[in-house]
Design a protein around this ligand. Structure first.
Ligand SMILES: Cc1cc2nc3c(=O)[nH]c(=O)nc-3n(C[C@H](O)[C@H](O)[C@H](O)COP(=O)(O)OP(=O)(O)OC[C@H]3O[C@@H](n4cnc5c(N)ncnc54)[C@H](O)[C@@H]3O)c2cc1C
Length: 431
């Protein structure tokens, strides 16, 4: 086996090659989309309403919102297609900062990015329709909303992501910004008032919450319980060690190889699977994130993997030949990612959208998604001012540590990339 430094140099070269590959395929598709836009009529032609076909996107986060933008820019502009986006949340929930805003006060509003028509600036007027609701069932040709309305589709994109039973720090657990802000503030107050915080789950959310809480409140006891012998166990050994070192340096108590019984928290103690009791007046469960695939369970049971993800073909069509016009992307799609993330969701969003546009133009599907190790590069915060970026291909690993100056992390950039001005809230998407 080559020495470590050679393996790392090869990894770096592979990363550069991966970057070029992703850039090239993206640029190639963007060029193709641009050529469609340039040759397309600028305005929608009058057409009989009964002839208009709907492209329906369910869920507007990293997968659905970006897919919708791509569809808005490249669907035929002759009035034959309408793009309908269905999303229950009033604002885009920026998940990346939720562990941080459970601890740090005064920035929580930044986690809720307004959905804005400016994001769809390239769509002809009238093409995009926003529906603030939740899809409750999917049929072969239509979806049904919580309010009872039924919406027909020609093409359907499922981008429902994942859910957690326990809310923060992974999901807010509310559909409105106002409630979301109140829930985050209540969580900050809960940690502030506590003496002994116990966190179950040593994945990214658990590590970020534990390190932030301990750095902000060094006098409190913060305990992280994880079922394996190392936190971040699905990642490379260097990241595992980097995260463990950071936790220990800050003074977080680590209990490894143990599971928490979440039901046992009584305000004073919490019980572990071994029977051991740990003092605890504030408990967070950072385990149990699940793909939100329930919508497809009845209509395509064979496409639901044991993990709960929806199986997809490389074209990102659902893996069910009776539903050729249904696409799936983002966290809910079964691509066996070690680290499901927004980059993967975004890449899939573009590919699924472009295949839908090809079909709408009468052409065969041409684009495929292939999981790449480079998709799984991770950035992990380990305290209020420090983060680790880790690149791992299953053999070699490169790890970098950085100083973080902004307590709100990447919020400003996220707002801008979603077409919103930081941090001006323009309210709900106009309907
Ligand atoms: C705490 C935390 C930190 C993270 N940090 C990072 C990071 O630093 N970098 C990174 O790249 N990734 C990070 N991720 C991962 C990233 O957030 C996810 O990979 C990404 O959100 C997946 O996007 P998605 O659109 O597939 O799903 P989701 O973000 O889960 O969004 C799904 C959307 O679908 C909507 N929806 C669900 N069901 C329905 C329905 N029935 N009808 C209509 N709409 C519905 C939801 O309201 C939601 O808006 C983090 C995740 C967490 C939890």
């Amino acid at each position: 086996m080559a020495p470590k430094c050679v393996q790392k140099a090869i990894l770096l070269a592979k990363l550069v090659a991966y970057g070029f590959r992703v850039l090239f395929s993206g640029a190639n598709r963007a060029l193709w989309a641009k050529s469609f836009a340039l040759t397309a009529p600028a305005t929608i032609q009058p057409i009989d309403a009964s002839e208009v076909k709907n492209v329906v996107v369910v869920g507007a986060a990293f997968a659905g919102y970006f897919a919708a933008r791509s569809l808005a820019a490249t669907l035929p502009r002759d009035g034959r297609y309408r793009l309908i986006i269905i999303e229950p949340n009033s604002h885009f929930n920026f998940t990346w900062v939720l562990p941080r805003f459970c601890v740090v006060e005064g920035h929580e509003h930044k986690a809720f990015i307004p959905y804005t028509p400016d994001f769809f600036a390239q769509a002809p007027p009238g093409m995009v329709q926003w529906v603030r609701d939740r899809v409750v069932s999917v049929g072969k040709h239509s979806v049904v909303l919580r309010d009872g309305d039924e919406i027909a589709y020609e093409y359907l994109l499922i981008a429902t992501g994942s859910t957690v039973a326990n809310g923060l720090p992974s999901r807010v657990g509310s559909e409105s910004r106002e409630n979301g802000i109140a829930i985050l503030q209540a969580t900050q107050a809960r940690i502030k008032a506590a003496s002994r915080v116990v966190i179950a789950g040593g994945g990214a959310a658990g590590v970020e919450l534990a390190t932030d809480a301990k750095e902000r409140y060094p006098e409190k006891s913060i305990t992280l319980v994880h079922s394996r012998q190392s936190v971040m166990h699905r990642f490379g050994p260097e990241l595992q060690k980097g995260a463990m070192d950071a936790l220990r340096q800050l003074g977080v108590d680590l209990i490894l190889g143990e599971k928490v019984d979440p039901e046992s928290a009584d305000g004073k103690f919490i019980t572990l699977a071994s029977g051991r009791q740990v003092e605890c007046d504030c408990f967070f469960n950072c385990t149990g994130q699940k793909p939100a695939s329930g919508l497809m369970a009845d209509i395509a049971p064979g496409a639901i993997a044991p993990s709960g993800h929806i199986r997809v073909k490389p074209t990102l069509q659902i893996d069910d030949d009776s539903l050729p016009n249904v696409f799936v992307c983002g966290d809910v799609a079964d691509v066996q990612a070690v680290n499901p993330n927004s980059r993967i969701a975004g890449r899939q969003a573009e590919i699924a959208a472009d295949n839908i546009v090809l079909a709408a133009r009468g052409k065969p599907f041409a684009y495929t998604y292939k999981p790449e190790w480079g998709d799984e590069v991770i950035k992990l915060t380990v305290g209020l001012n420090r983060s680790i970026t880790d690149i791992w291909d299953g053999q070699a690993e490169l790890m970098f540590t950085h100083q973080e100056a902004d307590p709100a992390l990447m919020c400003g950039r996220a707002w801008q990339s979603l077409g919103a001005k930081p941090f001006e809230d323009t309210g709900d998407y106009p309907r």
